[in-house]
Design a protein around this ligand. Structure first.
Ligand SMILES: [Mg+2]
Length: 132
């Protein structure tokens, strides 16, 4: 079976590291990590993932712009995008849903069950990889 591909877009290294750690415990995914919206857009154009976790506030190109541009792509229209929202930024959850995101996940991503819930919502039930 082909591995599901997940694109993680997050400029904060600590937040990125914990999300990648959580994802690797959930399933055997092909994970690509990028640090800004432009890199994410290029990654989607090169090889569209099955699921995207998208930070909103990033240098070079933020998550709002990246989401808008991914949605303009033929290959990016249907990809589930889960916005990574900061608790301090009230209203970002609803704004994300209104601007092309499929769902949201509050940072810091501390609850493994919540990450699993988002992954399985879009990719279906997952078996943890051996040794995870
Ligand atoms: Mg950020």
């Amino acid at each position: 079976m082909t591995k599901k591909k997940i694109l993680v877009v997050e400029d904060n290294e600590d937040n990125k590291r914990i999300l990648l750690y959580r994802l690797r415990k959930i399933g055997d995914f092909d994970i690509v990590a990028t640090s800004n919206g432009l890199e994410a857009l290029e990654a989607v154009q090169a090889d569209p993932p099955d699921l995207i976790f998208m930070d909103l506030k990033m240098p070079v190109m933020d998550g709002w712009e990246a989401t808008r541009r991914i949605r303009e792509l033929e290959s990016g229209r249907e990809i589930p995008i889960v916005a990574l929202t900061a608790q301090a930024m009230a209203g970002d959850e609803q704004r994300a849903l209104a601007n092309g995101c499929s769902d949201y996940l509050s940072k810091p991503v501390v609850d493994p069950a919540l990450v699993r819930e988002k992954v399985e919502k879009f990719l279906g039930p997952q078996l943890p990889p051996v040794g995870a």
